[in-house]
Design a protein around this ligand. Structure first.
Ligand SMILES: Cc1ncc(C[n+]2csc(CCOP(=O)(O)OP(=O)(O)O)c2C)c(N)n1
Length: 320
């Protein structure tokens, strides 16, 4: 389905919200306001935005340690997300989960996950429940190419294929697994070609082109929803920042970051909107301003929210 201008503007706004959220928390982390680790999603925005725009509110996603973008694109509240990063009581997990445990079951967000690959079997379980109940929901597992070396990947794809589950496996190939470049740990040219081993379809997409991702996923999600069985989609992209905030990135060849910045997914969407859909600068600037205000409000909310009190820190942590 060719994307409409309204839909592309929505995707632009989602990508902008992810970008601004990440830039803001990067600064707040450097300023000592956020404890723990942060793995930023800057550069990969088109994937989360283009995929999630094809999902319904009650469809499921499972995310990763680099999960802010997925949660924002699935509709998470940026105030509660940022407060969670701050460790505040008003956060999604009352401040006890942090960046790698953002979850909102009401939006089908079954959780970010600090264990590489571990979201995949959870998505398979969710897809199994949708199929058993005949709800028409689909489950999307987001993961990086580093996760394709885990047992979770092979077991999840095999089971989803055998049971013909409504699951979409979205591999975000951002060219590194921690500090290891893709070609050092992946013996195949594309992850999508591994689909053959499971008897399912695989697609390669440009992970920096939100129009391509949205249009492809629109057809893929419809097919999966109708009972076509699982698919794997690989999106080639790049993370602009380090593996984690503070990573000195000595493993990066000179000039690499600059090359990828020329393929900025947000600038690309802006270009398409202006050249093919007659969007004007004020329309796009209005979106940027709206997003900036939302992020300002999330920061204010997070700063002003209280930390959990003594006894509270132990609640919801251990099963009774
Ligand atoms: C089971 C497991 N093994 C190792 C780690 C340490 N670790 C954290 S992120 C990461 C690399 C993940 O790479 P990829 O899946 O490509 O995701 P990306 O960071 O590129 O988004 C590793 C090995 C972990 N968290 N969990």
């Amino acid at each position: 389905m060719k994307i409409s201008k309204e839909r592309l503007l929505e995707l632009y706004e989602t990508m902008m919200k992810i970008r601004k959220f990440e830039e803001r928390v990067s600064g707040l982390f450097a300023g000592g306001h956020i404890p723990g680790f942060l793995h930023l999603y800057v550069g990969q925005e088109a994937v989360a935005a283009g995929v999630c725009a094809n999902l319904h509110r009650d469809d499921y996603i499972t995310s990763t340690h680099r999960g802010h973008g997925h949660c924002i694109a699935k509709g998470a509240d940026v105030k509660r997300m940022m407060a969670e990063l701050f460790g505040k009581r008003t956060g999604y997990c009352k401040g006890k989960g942090g960046s790698m445990h953002v979850v909102d079951v009401n939006l089908g967000i079954l959780g970010a996950n600090g264990i590489v690959g571990a979201g995949m079997p959870i998505a398979v379980g969710a897809a199994f429940s949708a199929k058993a109940k005949g709800t028409g929901q689909v489950a999307v597992a987001f993961f990086g190419e580093g996760a394709t070396g885990t047992g979770y990947f092979h077991e999840s794809l095999n089971l989803a294929a055998v049971l013909k589950l409504p699951a979409i496996f979205v591999c975000e190939s951002n060219q590194y697994a921690e500090f290891t470049p893709r070609e050092k740990h992946l013996p195949v040219k594309t992850v999508a070609e591994r689909s053959k081993a499971y008897g399912i379809e695989g697609y390669d997409l440009n992970g920096n082109n939100v129009v391509e991702i949205f249009e492809a996923l629109s057809a893929i999600a419809a097919k999966v929803r109708e009972g076509g069985g699982p698919v794997i989609v690989e999106c080639f992209t790049h993370r602009w920042s380090g593996h984690y905030e503070g990573d000195p990135q000595k493993y990066r060849p000179a000039g690499e970051a600059e090359e990828w910045r020329k393929k900025d997914p947000i600038l690309h969407a802006e270009q398409v909107l202006r050249e093919q859909y007659d969007a004007d600068i004020t329309e796009l600037a209005g979106i940027k301003d709206r997003v900036e205000r939302e992020i300002d409000e999330a920061e204010r909310f997070s700063m002003e929210s209280p930390l959990p009190e003594g006894e509270e820190t132990l609640q919801d942590v251990y099963a009774s």
